[in-house]
Design a protein. Structure first.
Length: 138
């Protein structure tokens, strides 16, 4: 959310289902909703994506299971497969799934930044200057 906002792309992240549903209820055809769930079986995430889609938004599922209910609720699917994540409960499995999702989000961010390169550079420079006074000198 912060990285996209910094390059001028309006973006909100709602970890609370009530806020997410309230936001999705306001979506329309010009909006994009992304639901993120490694298993693709989190009821709240599916519900938010379904509501956004019903309101006309384009929907994207970022999941480790491209055949999951979340994937079925989306217009587009980004599959973030992490080998060895089928055993639920192992700490390394949870991290592997998250890292694969973060990698795909980084790829999407990078591509959006490339598509709007001039504006991206301008915004990154101006936001860096905005916080310069809060950095200590070497």
């Amino acid at each position: 959310q912060f990285r996209l906002h910094r390059i001028g792309i309006a973006c909100w992240a709602w970890p609370d289902v009530h806020n997410a549903l309230t936001s999705a209820a306001q979506f329309g055809p010009d909006d994009l909703a992304v639901g993120i769930s490694h298993s693709g079986r989190v009821r709240e995430t599916i519900e938010v994506l379904e509501l956004a889609r019903a309101r006309g938004a384009t929907t994207v599922a970022l999941t480790g299971d491209p055949k999951s209910p979340l994937a079925q609720a989306a217009d587009l699917v980004l599959a973030a497969h992490a080998p060895g994540t089928t055993t639920i409960g192992a700490p390394d499995d949870a991290l592997a799934g998250r890292y694969s999702q973060m990698f795909l989000l980084d790829v999407v961010y990078t591509r959006l930044a490339q598509l709007n390169h001039g504006e991206t550079v301008t915004r990154l420079e101006s936001t860096a200057r905005a916080v310069d006074s809060h950095r200590l000198a070497d």
